[in-house]
Design a protein. Structure first.
Length: 255
């Protein structure tokens, strides 16, 4: 019975670890992904993978407690690392580590270009052209956070950056008026950033604004026109244009 219980604990650790690692292995930026692989990664990340990891943690915890009680000294010594491995695997399977590292930025405010002090004169900005006027977004903020969720004239906007393609895209972040989409980073696939909306957990291609997987699969968000400039040029030509200012927890990418 003791060997059987330890074998079950090892099996539970392996299954939980597989659910934690599988999406990252599938969504390797260095190689292409098939539609089947992406569907598998999506299912593991947003569906049964996290559930299986939590079930493994619960069952493993019960077995580890039993081994702690009945297994003597070795039972106690082995139960602790086994429980730690189960907990770590369940945590990774139920979280998005990329989002934890590169948190999407929520716009907190804008200042006139003439008052910007946190950038160097040759730092680049993206100027988005909207129906209600233009706004500028520092590229160094985007290069770290990958996603800035903001509004322009009451319209939700997602300003995005793909670190694989080294390319920004700016999207009108809604499919219907009054139903905004808030985006975060989900991973990478086929050399492109994959976004996840927090409302439906659908996955979107940053390059073309199409939903790849999830309830909104096949739908498209519309791009906003944008151009690239430097702070010096912006201050000289449009000193009153609004520039996104960093939040307290924002990070500027190194120059």
């Amino acid at each position: 019975m003791q060997r059987l219980e330890w074998a079950l604990i090892v099996l539970l650790i392996a299954s939980s670890a597989a659910m934690a690692v599988a999406p990252w292995w599938v969504m390797d930026p260095a190689r292409p992904q098939s539609a089947t692989e992406l569907q598998f990664a999506y299912s593991v990340r947003t569906g049964w993978g996290s559930v299986l990891a939590m079930m493994s943690l619960a069952a493993g915890a019960l077995l580890c407690m039993r081994r702690w009680t009945l297994g003597g000294l070795w039972g106690k010594l082995l139960s602790v690392p086994a429980l730690i491995l189960l907990g770590l695997s369940a945590f990774v399977a139920n979280s998005n580590l990329l989002e934890e590292i590169f948190r999407p930025m929520e716009a907190v405010g804008y200042i006139p270009a003439a008052e910007v002090k946190f950038l160097e004169p040759d730092d680049k900005l993206l100027v988005a052209h909207g129906d209600e006027g233009d706004r500028a977004y520092p590229l160094r903020l985007l290069q770290f956070h990958h996603v800035v969720n903001t509004t322009a004239g009451g319209t939700p906007v997602a300003v995005t950056w793909c670190s694989v393609r080294k390319a920004p895209e700016i999207w009108r972040a809604e499919l219907e008026p009054g139903k905004p989409l808030t985006f975060r980073i989900a991973g990478f696939a086929n050399g492109n950033l994959v976004l996840e909306d927090q409302q439906t957990h659908s996955w979107w291609a940053q390059a073309d604004g199409e939903a790849l997987l999830g309830p909104l699969a096949g739908r498209e968000i519309h791009p906003l026109r944008w151009e690239e400039t430097t702070l010096a040029q912006l201050q000289a030509q449009h000193p009153q244009m609004e520039v996104l200012q960093p939040a307290e927890d924002s990070v500027l990418a190194p120059r």
